[in-house]
Write a protein that binds this ligand. Structure first.
Ligand code: GDP
Length: 300
């Protein structure tokens, strides 16, 4: 330290002590950051992502002043918690408020690979919106998979919602476009558009999603994946975000993932918020994402 750091530190510490504040120094952070690193890694957060998070926290906290709370250890712990919540809350917005304020109909496209619970999530969100007074129409933009229409129709029937679908092999953008027109003509508030989770190749899929994004210009694109998929979910989030920029993610099967590592990683890697967690197979099993809950679990 060439600026007489320790002398300056002493002076500042004395001054801050008088005002009830304390400066956080590098040494104070070492132990707690090591513990945090272990916690992140054991929650299935990838090493490079964990390093990035730790680097950001270190940069933000060193030299920062905090209200003096008993001991430096506690100051650091509190600061670390706040910093981690900041990482996980990146881009967080109030989904319901966004829906309330948007021009109707609001179009929402759901992206993600097959089997992760995308269709179930659409059904859950339809009910969630209906519970809050918003009407919805479902649109099946997965025109590739045999049985996709029937599966979504079953949900629509159970929920007593309208499904717009075309025959297998038709243009998915056209289906969703039709659903938007239907919503406009019938004063429906929200269009929930499913998309394919697999085509002949991954390139075909990304091209199709890009086209849907271009034609529909959806108000929101929501990426769905499994919390339990860990790093695979993170890689997919990045890839889908590149094809059709996502506004946020829903992590399903969180009931089987107590740690929430994927949530932390996806927020860090994409800079987009986790909006909801799927917590079971019933329509009610959808919870708004709360960064504090994940951090509490992580820090124990
Ligand atoms: P899609 O291919 O992505 O549309 O996947 P589906 O919606 O068909 O769901 C695949 C399976 O995952 C079904 O058996 C769902 O009941 C189940 N599933 C979906 N979401 C959740 C969840 O949050 N928790 C659990 N435990 N199962 C879920």
């Amino acid at each position: 330290e060439d600026d007489g750091g320790s002398d300056r530190g002493l002076m500042e510490r004395a001054k801050l002590a008088a005002t009830g504040k304390e400066v956080i120094e590098e040494d104070d952070l070492e132990g707690p950051l090591e513990e945090l690193e272990l916690a992140l890694l054991s929650s299935d957060v990838e090493m490079s992502v964990a390093q990035e998070i730790l680097r950001g926290i270190r940069e933000n906290l060193i030299g920062e002043t905090r209200s003096k709370v008993k001991t430096t250890g506690l100051v650091v712990e509190e600061a670390l918690r706040d910093a981690l919540i900041d990482v996980i809350s990146v881009g967080q917005f109030d989904f319901e408020q966004r829906i309330a304020e948007a021009d109707k109909p609001v179009s929402i496209i759901f992206t993600g690979v097959n089997g992760v619970g995308k269709t179930t999530t659409i059904a859950k969100l339809s009910q969630w919106l209906d519970d809050r007074g918003y009407s919805t129409v479902l649109a099946n933009g997965d025109t590739y998979r045999a049985g996709a229409n029937e599966q979504l129709q079953q949900h629509a029937d159970t929920l007593d919602e309208r499904l717009i679908s075309h025959e297998q092999g038709s243009d998915p953008a056209a289906v969703i476009y039709d659903a938007v027109e239907y919503a406009e003509a019938n004063d429906v508030d929200v269009v929930l558009g499913d998309t394919a989770g697999r085509l002949h190749t991954s390139n075909d899929l990304m091209d199709q999603l890009e086209k849907i994004d271009r034609v529909i210009e959806p108000d929101m694109t929501i990426f769905v994946d499994e919390a339990v998929a860990g790093q695979d979910a993170v890689n997919r989030a990045r890839e889908f975000d590149d094809a059709a920029a996502i506004d946020g993610a829903v992590l399903t099967k969180a009931d089987a993932d107590p740690q929430g590592g994927a949530a932390i990683s996806i927020a860090q890697v994409t800079g987009k918020p986790i909006l909801f967690l799927g917590t079971g197979q019933d329509y009610d099993d959808l919870e708004p994402f709360d960064p504090e809950v994940i951090v509490d679990r992580l820090l124990g």
